[in-house]
Design a protein around this ligand. Structure first.
Ligand SMILES: [Zn+2]
Ligand SMILES: [Zn+2]
Length: 252
């Protein structure tokens, strides 16, 4: 049985759990060690099963807990060399294993495939985790869903997918124009509508479970993201994620 949980999702911290009865990996480490252990406990999960921490890119919300979590838990980190170099201080004493975009990394019986994505970071990657014959993608922090992303998603049963902003809220909101441009650019974040269109284009894929992720506190609301995905409410399991608490644990 595969267990999935968004332990934290949003611009102040991201951490995604994918595991089975014996082992697990975490994608990104935007939680403190205390928050991490607390949220794992809340979700009925254990840090003892976690065998590796994969880092998608160097932005603070994806890496700020890395150093202490690695120190306290001894769990090894995985990142691209460029990401590591951009955020060396966040890794500090952690044992870091390097991978390149396009590579697949084995952690016990779990295989993690890293693929490139468009985002304003040094070497941003998305991940497809292969576990017990199932495929789960973690794709947040991307400006546009290019063909490569679609290719990675087409065999996935579940995805943690960015639904960052509602276009009208962002454009009519208080953010300065340069920030609005950055977020909505091809190197920024994915809107509710863009995420919806991505899923729509996967027609015929085994995808059944969607975690609506990295929801902006200023430019979005869970209800708006859910509402955009309403056409999928009978065919898919839609799970809201939060920056404040662990999501529901989904078993595949
Ligand atoms: Zn982020
Ligand atoms: Zn980012």
């Amino acid at each position: 049985m595969v267990q999935l949980c968004a332990l934290a999702s949003g611009s102040n911290g991201n951490c995604y759990y994918v595991g089975n009865e014996h082992e697990a990996v975490l994608i990104d480490m935007g939680l403190s060690h205390r928050q991490l252990t607390q949220r794992l406990r809340d979700a009925g999960l254990s840090i003892r099963k976690v065998k590796a921490l994969f880092i998608s890119h160097e932005h603070t919300d994806h890496i700020k807990g890395m150093r202490i979590v690695a120190d306290k838990s001894g769990i090894e980190a995985y990142a691209t060399k460029l990401t590591y170099e951009k955020a060396r201080k966040d890794f500090r004493s952690a044992k870091v294993n390097f991978f390149a975009v396009g590579e697949s990394i084995s952690v016990g019986s779990i295989k993690v495939h890293a693929f490139g994505k468009l985002h304003d970071a040094a070497d941003p990657v998305g991940f497809r985790v292969e576990i017990e014959g199932k495929h789960i993608a973690v794709i947040t922090d991307l400006g546009t869903a290019c063909e490569k992303i679609r290719e990675q998603l087409k065999n996935c049963e579940a995805v943690f997918l960015e639904t960052n902003y509602e276009h009208n809220l962002l454009m009519g909101g208080k953010y300065p124009i340069h920030l609005k441009k950055r977020i909505s650019s091809d190197y920024g974040h994915l809107s509710n509508q863009q995420a919806f269109e991505l899923v729509q284009s996967l027609n015929g894929s085994p995808l059944k479970t969607i975690f609506l992720s990295h929801i902006s506190a200023d430019n979005n609301r869970v209800e708006l993201a859910m509402n955009t995905f309403k056409p999928f409410e009978n065919s898919h399991q839609l799970i809201a994620t939060s920056r404040y608490a662990a999501s529901q644990v989904i078993e595949l």
